[in-house]
Design a protein around this ligand. Structure first.
Ligand SMILES: Nc1nc2c(ncn2[C@@H]2O[C@H](COP(=O)(O)OP(=O)(O)OP(=O)(O)O)[C@@H](O)[C@H]2O)c(=O)[nH]1
Length: 784
């Protein structure tokens, strides 16, 4: 069997380099793996066996024999391991010298004109079982070489692993085929022992493989495919370094890598994509993903991570994080925060509420006549939705729009207009359904309530009974030790009116309603219309600042310059201070009740109004995307919804009570049920408004389903959520349906509820009609 150069060198006990040089001296070109023929042997014998080398004993001696022969010599024999080290070192050097093997192969091909001997040797040297694994053609080997897998990819699962192990990662070397050890697995070096030696190579080795070990991590870390993938980014950098190194020689390997200038602090938004985050950190995405993985977060390159997660990861990289200011919403204008010292007392804004025919209008008229027209005679009262009265030198603004609208329509748009609610209850009639509704509206808006027990002049009036009834709804008279002011009045006889106004002023004084009059005006639209002669007319209640004629304003989606201003008596005014209702002319379009007025420069007003209009149009396009109960349940599951507000309506009091009790009996740790309002009768627009303002679901219960009249459906525009169910079926369907949203086993229970619903629908019942606007649902309060 023809021996190869490195084997012969081993036999002579000299370095392969010396053997090659000796051959070169005789014009014989050879490499590590070149087969040594007779003529070459003769040359080498001459050089090394005949005293050419002092180390050489007999060429045919085996290594142990040589060691034994050397034993008696003065120099003590090196331990076995040391020999191996020497051989390893030799092989490393050989590998460095012959990394440009392809060129040598080509040269040899030219020289020998045929198959090179070393290849045969290589093949012969491989264990038979490895060779049997896969027949390797020359082409295969070349392809493997090109792919950077080393030249013995077929034979070498073992070798491949060994290579992976000694290098920082196999992945890093994929790109550079010349980096692979040429003889790596071709010989018996693929044994486990040798692999271990490779792993424990000193990190400061100038060997090429050592470069990848400069972090000193790879040797001890098990290499998995995942880590290889994660290291891909790093490999990219290394590849660049490798190319650089190859050009400048291996000596540069020991030079420390250029330190990157990583940022010390970065700003982060509320959420950021992993890719962008890595960019801000100045790191490779792979590194960031790896850190996330180690932290138990599987994230892809485009995945958004929240601020907290990002700041934790940044902290691991030693980077300080600060929160980025949220991007400006082009549809919003900057809110002006008033300093406490700029605030001045303003008149309270009062709304009159109560059941039908309990005397709301009569009371308002009585107050107006006594306190407005009588004092300021000559004025032609105009209906602008609100007016101001003067009592004892102090002003009170009364909203003469129906109480519900004053509360809910405006509150639904985010404008809290009313400061005090006057609840009118007829002394002869007592508490009625709309009285309860009004109480709930006021409570929901968190507004102070004053009860005006009206019609006390009437026969059969029983104010005590009213006070008694009101206690059930949490309104206890001051006379009875409670904190609700209750004033007996008569709109007809004007009895108690002064007392009422006085109490309003006292409550206002206690509550200390304040606003800054010296700032750009802000107000809320009470009513708006298109007048044939005057164009757009909007009744606005100024809440902060002072509005002047000529000011540029932004009102909801509309804008314009205030051309003229009138008060409720139709008089021209030049300025409007807080709590003053005025009619303004000059807007480009009719705004909606509840829209907020902001004084701003003309350009901004126009730009923001246009942006808002655009946004509104695009949201209208998506308005058909109905939200199902599943969405609501998902919100609960995600912890976004802590309180499920409900409005219960039924055809008889018994149904409503039973249904309310049954709903309140459902206990859950995750979400609390609160019944905002429960009442008898059809679902009205007022219910829808309340639901809209308080983000509630409406449940309508009907007692006799098969013969019941259809439930009055509210106007589509206003409806947010109507969920009609049969009272008879409530235990069968509603309970599991609601339980479904309150328990973890949601899907199971929901499907049970759906089955019930389906079954019931076949019986022509009125079943879930859910018209829930997505944005309304999203706006549901996060916590109770
Ligand atoms: N005797 C007596 N009757 C009153 C008094 N206040 C109102 N009324 C009568 O009650 C009826 C209803 O009065 P309104 O002022 O229209 O009641 P309302 O609450 O405004 O009614 P709606 O606008 O329909 O909700 C009228 O006939 C009034 O004359 C009062 O103090 N005493």
């Amino acid at each position: 069997m023809t021996k190869r150069v490195f084997e012969v060198a081993r036999e002579y006990g000299v370095q392969t380099k010396e053997v090659i040089q000796a051959l070169a001296g005789h014009n014989i070109k050879a490499g590590n793996f070149t087969g040594v023929n007779e003529s070459m042997k003769a040359v080498l014998d001459k050089k090394f066996a005949k005293g050419g080398s002092t180390k050489q004993a007999a060429p045919k001696q085996t290594a142990p024999e040589r060691a034994a022969a050397k034993q008696p010599a003065s120099k003590p024999a090196a331990p076995k391991g040391e020999h191996r080290e020497v051989r390893q070192e030799t092989r490393r050097k050989q590998q460095r010298e012959h990394d440009d093997r392809p060129q040598q192969d080509a040269r040899r091909q030219r020289d020998t004109g045929g198959r090179t001997g070393h290849r045969q040797n290589d093949r012969n040297a491989r264990p038979q079982q490895e060779r049997n694994k896969r027949p390797v053609s020359g082409q295969d080997r070349r392809d493997d070489h090109k792919n950077g897998r080393g030249r013995s990819a077929a034979g070498g699962r073992q070798e491949g692993r060994a290579d992976n192990g000694h290098s920082r990662s196999g992945g890093q070397n994929r790109g550079g085929s010349t980096e692979r050890p040429r003889q790596g697995g071709g010989t018996a070096q693929s044994s486990a022992t040798k692999r271990t030696k490779y792993f424990s190579r000193p990190q400061n080795s100038d060997n090429k493989r050592g470069r990848n070990d400069r972090n000193g991590k790879s040797a001890s870390r098990p290499h998995t495919l995942l880590i290889n993938v994660l290291n891909k980014g790093k490999a990219k950098n290394n590849r660049h370094d490798d190319r650089h190194t190859q050009q400048n020689g291996y000596q540069q390997n020991n030079q420390p890598a250029k330190k990157k200038n990583y940022p010390e602090t970065i700003e982060l938004p509320e959420t950021i994509a992993v890719k962008d985050f890595a960019e801000r950190l100045g790191r490779e995405v792979g590194e960031v993903i790896k850190r996330l993985l180690l932290g138990g977060i599987m994230a892809t390159i485009n995945q958004e991570i929240d601020y907290d997660t990002a700041s934790l990861i940044a902290d691991e990289f030693g980077v300080t994080v600060t929160a980025e200011a949220p991007p400006e919403d082009p549809t919003e204008i900057e809110e002006i925060v008033d300093a406490p010292e700029t605030l001045k007392t303003r008149p309270p804004v009062v709304t009159i509420m109560g059941h039908v025919d309990h005397g709301k209008t009569s009371l308002l008229d009585a107050i107006r006549k006594t306190n407005v027209t009588s004092h300021e005679a000559g004025g032609i009262t105009q209906h602008i939705g609100a007016y101001q009265v003067r009592y004892e030198g102090k002003k009170i603004t009364f909203m003469d729009t129906p109480g519900h609208e004053a509360f809910t329509a405006m509150r639904a748009r985010g404008a809290q207009v009313t400061d005090i609610a006057v609840l009118v209850v007829a002394a002869d009639d007592g508490v009625m359904p709309q009285t309860v509704e009004s109480i709930n509206h006021a409570k929901s808006a968190d507004v102070a309530v004053i009860v005006a027990i009206n019609k006390i002049d009437k026969e059969g009036a029983n104010p005590g009974n009213v006070m008694q009834q009101l206690t059930e709804y949490g309104l206890i008279s001051e006379d009875w030790g409670g904190d609700t002011i209750m004033v007996p009045v008569s709109a007809h006889t004007k009895q108690g009116l002064d007392d009422l106004l006085e109490n309003i002023l006292v409550l206002a004084e206690v509550s200390d309603f304040k606003a800054n009059p010296d700032r750009p005006a802000q107000g809320v639209v009470i009513e708006a219309k298109l007048d044939k002669g005057r164009g757009t007319v909007a009744s606005v209640l100024i809440q902060k600042g002072t509005l002047h004629v000529g000011d540029s304003v932004l009102v909801g989606n509309t804008y314009g310059k205030v051309r003229a201003m009138n008060n409720e008596r139709g008089e021209r005014v030049k300025k409007a201070e807080p709590s003053l209702p005025v009619e303004i002319l000059g807007l480009n379009d009719v705004p909606e009740a509840g829209d907020i007025l902001n004084m701003t420069d003309e350009k901004t007003a126009r730009a923001v109004a246009e942006k808002r209009l655009e946004k509104k149009r695009s949201s209208e396009l998506h308005v058909n995307a109905k939200v199902t109960l599943d969405d609501l349940f998902n919100q609960i599951q995600e912890g976004e919804l802590k309180e499920l507000s409900l409005i219960v309506k039924g055809d008889v009091q018994g149904s409503v009570e039973a249904l309310s009790q049954s709903l309140l009996a459902i206990k859950s740790d995750e979400v609390r049920i609160s019944i905002v309002h429960a009442g008898v009768g059809a679902i009205t627009e007022s219910d829808i408004m309340l639901a809209s303002a308080s983000n509630a679901l409406i449940i309508g219960a009907l007692t006799y389903v098969p013969t019941c009249p259809p439930v009055k459906r509210p106007k589509k525009k206003r409806s947010i959520c109507v969920h009609t169910v049969s009272f008879m079926m409530r235990s069968m369907m509603l309970k599991p349906l609601l339980k479904a949203c309150l328990t973890r086993n949601m899907k199971k229970k929901l499907s049970a509820a759906r089955k019930c619903a389906k079954l019931y629908r076949r019986r022509r019942s009125l079943l879930p009609v859910l018209m829930l606007k997505k944005e309304k649902l999203r706006a549901l309060p996060k916590s109770a």
